[in-house]
Design a binder for this molecule. Sequence first.
Ligand code: AVI
Length: 325
Amino acid sequence: MPLLERTRAAAHAGDSEVADFYAEVIAGLTMPVKTLPCKYFYDERGSQLFDEICELDEYYPTRTEAAIMERCAAEMAALLGPDCRLVEYGSGSSTKTRILLDSAPHLAAYVPVDISRVHLQKTAEGLRRRYPRLEILPVCADYTASFTLPEPSGPVSRTVAYFPGSTIGNFHPRQAQFFLTQIAQLCGEGGGLLIGVDLKKDPAVLHAAYNDAKGVTAAFNLNVLDRINQELRGAFVLDDFAHHAFYNEELGRIEMHLVSQKDQTVAICESAVTFAAGETIHTECSYKYSREEFAELARSAGFEIQNFWTDPNELFSVQYLTVAR
Ligand code: AVI
């Protein structure tokens, strides 16, 4: 069956993943400034490449955040207090979570939320083995949409969300405000949010982090075209596009693009998209915040900053926000 019909049939049958992917790709690539949503980076290969990025010398965020967590986890755990329901948004492989959980033995429950059922099950199994006395209540959901929190078997003193990795930087500020407002509502009075936020810094450091010498970030960026080829019967030739990442100082964000190396028309299933030489597909924004800018964003979403931890070079921050009364 042709893909377009298959996607329609899939959508009809309630399995709308491929249909959504196709619709979003075509919508993004027919906009005046071509874009692709960055969530599509993370298929199996993309997730592997992202893990490799996290190990790169130039990519400071992961190890800097982990070092902050190692140094300050006890203080963070004390703020969560006893009987806290800890809800992790996009639990992934939960490396940083383990640092926190090691210091927080009195949680009411740990609730990992992830859209990937396979990832979620693996994470939950690993954590159950490591923390046999901790109640682990996984939720398979898109954390940007609303979801219902599971009730632990024992009492709950407060609900605290955990959103590490500076993924908040991949939201446009308005989306970030909306998303944080949803978290504040979910956690409710007395609740909080522990969040990793990448900070503004020397643009040369940022440039290196998104233009690594080994070309892993380039491969990560280009992989989205390969995914379109595999899943949507696209005909992108990866060599005909080049990775381009730069710091947009005015907007305070890294932008990642894929630049067409020539005039070309690319078929995607039953559609075709035309590119001029030099035209780009904007694939990702990664906003960097000053301490004050993030405090302002948090306030606009109904939070107050209670604690701010950083590294000696002030590259990255972990912040504890409480729901404002
Ligand atoms: C997941 N996110 C926080 C990463 C970032 O730095 O914005 C994604 C990434 N893009 C390129 N390198 C890493």
